[in-house]
Ligand binder design. Structure first.
Ligand code: CAA
Length: 256
């Protein structure tokens, strides 16, 4: 059975589902290679406009595979080059939505936080429990959590490994939306379909400029945004969007 289930619908929405329930979707090296291959393939697949990443109906992912890690030496860990796998997801150019049911822990939480939008079920739980194992987060948890929630809240959860219930995570700005558990996938797909119907070049520019700008001084971010705006005037989709508005008809975007 494949570790990662993949499908693409007619609307340009791809769904990736972690499929390792016997280990609560723990991110084994095989799973990481499967994710890397899938994201690499989707980044150049014109049929894919937006991606929903799910762990299925019961849990998102329980983090790095502790059984694989327990006997590892520091050299083993260096040679695994996990950062190269994370990088492919972090640099994925198309919109990515995490659809979280159940636990998103450690590397599973970090995986969810690689998405642009996180939709969670009301009983979902997030945590960086690494400290309880004598570890620290290794997939960006310290850095992404502090950027999302600020120092006081990030420290509160990083230093204890405490669970963050979905509503709390939403209130703190860590996730985007909380919906009934049984509506998580449907909500993520509805949103993904709306985004997939929008002009893809503009969508990708918004993602790129927003993420690059967060890490840059404001004047650099504003310059990036200005260049991105100017670039949009070269697209057929801008002409189509503006003309459709003026002609009071729905636009037909072509991704050109
Ligand atoms: N790695 C490997 N196996 C895991 C796992 C993990 N992260 N999480 C769960 N499993 C396995 C269990 O060992 C168990 O296997 P066996 O049947 O062979 O015993 C199976 O999945 C079911 O687990 P539970 O019986 O514990 O299931 P549960 O539903 O009662 O609890 C859970 C689920 C709350 C997620 C619990 O399994 C848990 O706390 N898991 C560990 C979470 C964790 O500490 N994650 C951080 C990992 S470190 C990391 O991610 C950091 C990094 O990048 C450096």
């Amino acid at each position: 059975m494949s570790l990662l289930l993949k499908s693409v619908d007619d609307n340009g929405v791809a769904t990736l589902t972690l499929n390792r329930s016997e280990a609560r979707n723990a991110l084994s090296m095989d799973m990481r290679y499967a994710l890397t291959d899938a994201f690499n393939a989707m980044s150049t697949d014109d049929a894919v406009h937006c991606v929903v990443l799910s762990g299925g109906k019961k849990f998102f992912a329980a983090g790095a595979d502790i059984k694989e890690m327990v006997a590892s030496t520091p050299v083993d860990i260096i040679l695994r080059e996990i950062e190269r796998h994370w990088q492919v997801i972090a640099k994925f150019p198309k919109p990515l939505i995490s659809a979280v049911n159940g636990y998103a822990l450690g590397g599973g939480f970090e995986l969810a936080m690689h998405a642009d939008i996180i939709i969670a079920g009301e009983s979902a739980q997030f945590a960086c429990p690494e400290v309880r194992l004598g570890l620290i987060p290794g997939g960006g948890g310290t850095q992404r959590l502090v950027r999302a929630a600020g120092k006081a809240q990030a420290m509160r959860y990083l230093l204890t490994g405490d669970f963050i219930p979905a509503q709390q995570a939403c209130d703190l700005g860590i996730i985007s939306d909380v919906v009934p558990d049984e509506k998580v996938l449907e909500s993520a797909h509805t949103l993904a379909q709306r985004i997939a119907a929008l002009p893809p070049i503009a969508v990708r520019q918004i993602k790129e400029v927003t993420l690059a700008g967060v890490e840059a001084p404001l004047d650099v971010g504003l310059a990036l945004e200005r260049r991105g705006t100017q670039l949009m005037f070269a697209t057929e989709d801008f002409q189509e969007g503006a003309n459709a508005f003026l002609e009071k008809r729905p636009p037909e975007f072509k991704g050109r």
